[in-house]
Design a binder for this molecule. Sequence first.
Ligand code: S3P
Length: 170
Amino acid sequence: QGKYKLLKPVFLIGFMGAGKTSVAQYLANVLGLASIDADEYLELMEDRVIADIFAEDGEDYFRDIETRHLEELAKRKLVRLIATGGGVIKRPANIEIMHSYGYTVYLGVTADEAAERIPNTESRPLFKNIDVARKTVLERMPLYEAAADAYVETTGRKVPDICREVALRL
Ligand code: S3P
């Protein structure tokens, strides 16, 4: 008792369409770990979809509750793989939470490939069009890099191949 330390949670970070949710699910299945999608958890707890939260209360409000739910998830003893929302790096508090509870793996993707992977952007209020996406990827790149404990490029790669590299870094 007390001898065994629990594996720290791994937070997958990266732009929309980087594959955070798919990678978390695939790895959870292979490694026998519990995974969760932070956006899905937030929608469940708030009983509202993200598009409605943005439309009704705006991005700042969304970011406030995103931080609150992220911390709740980070404290869970069971959930070991957490797919975060693409904008999680916009708040320094979120980066502090992820680093104090666990590790971050940054999944890189180009805006063009992200757009191909996300045919329907209605549920993602900040993925307006390819020009905005390209600009946002560039703006956020330094934030993802600064927050990353490890980096895995996903452009041009399939989920199992990405997962193999992520698993080797855990
Ligand atoms: C956002 C990404 C979304 C979601 C929200 C805002 C962003 O998550 O949190 O729409 O700012 O990049 P995914 O990366 O899971 O799409």
